[in-house]
Ligand binder design. Sequence first.
Ligand code: UT7
Length: 321
Amino acid sequence: MIHARIAGTGSYLPGEPVSNHDLVQRGIDTSDEWVATRTGIRFRHLASAETGASDLALIAAQRAIESAGCEAGDIDLIIVATSTPDYIFPSTAALLQSKLGIRNGGAAFDVQAVCSGFVYALTVAEKFIRSGANKRALVVGAEVFSRILDWSDRGTCVLFGDGAGAVVIEASETPGIIATALHADGSHHPILCVPGGVASGQVIGDPFLRMDGQAVFKFAVKVLGDVANEVLDSAGVEAASVDWLIPHQANIRIIQATAKRLGMPMDKVITTVEKHGNTSAASIPLALDLAVRDGRIQRGHRIVIEGVGGGFTWGAALIEF
Ligand code: UT7
């Protein structure tokens, strides 16, 4: 039986951390106290105007490839999860493939599932590997959410940041990604969306992120608990035997509520929301890479990753690292 195992991780955050206080200095009508108390966020990173998602993805990918001990040319599948692609087309994955210097490579495509994007992309890559179609996949979450924020809307602009995280997954005789679950319910799309597009050279609709924060909060707490239990049940694994929970990093109160529902203490939960803000599809692989590099996550540890985002989409994966 072919398994899909994480061989290496990498991540990248652009520029210097921008504090809540810095946002106040830039004229946003907020306070460190409000943002930190309601969300746990104190800092985020914001990419320069010339930096695209593929640029962030490139550095994260190079670090993941190096940590996997392989070469870019060994990658035969690239999936990038992003809602802030460089272009309408080609995909950010195709641009990343080019920047990595891969020619005549395997498939490269984007997955658009907003903050669940990395869980979606990893699940798709896992199926390709387990089918035998591919040997080594690069899965990236990369976002420049700062581009789709309305900086006059204090209810949303303080919440998000830019960044990228990546993993290399490869065919293996040992597990691996043990169980996955993905869900969507598009009827909830109005509570978190960017309801705009481009047509005939014009922006059509509203090209900024709009959110009903309280509705998203309630929805997120419910489905994150449900989907984590779903992957654990499908694998016959107790939450108590999970070493680390890596939830999507949107709000520390959502993370705490999810951990409580699973009966997991917060010292088994990887959190980066304080320093990164919400980096959407990048948040889970960023947190994973951080905890691998600082030595908390070790080979053989069991990890649950889980995300929820616009769509609505949500999903989880149980991984033996
Ligand atoms: O990846 C998934 C994406 N999103 C999420 O997971 C977000 C989920 N939701 C949340 O995290 C929370 O709902 C928020 C942090 C967005 C908002 O917290 P809240 O406790 O639901 O606050 P609220 O929207 O009900 O606003 C409460 C007050 C309002 O003032 P009034 O009407 O009570 O006078 C807002 O105008 O806070 C005000 N407010 C702010 N004040 C200072 C809203 N944003 C800010 C701000 N600074 N940045």
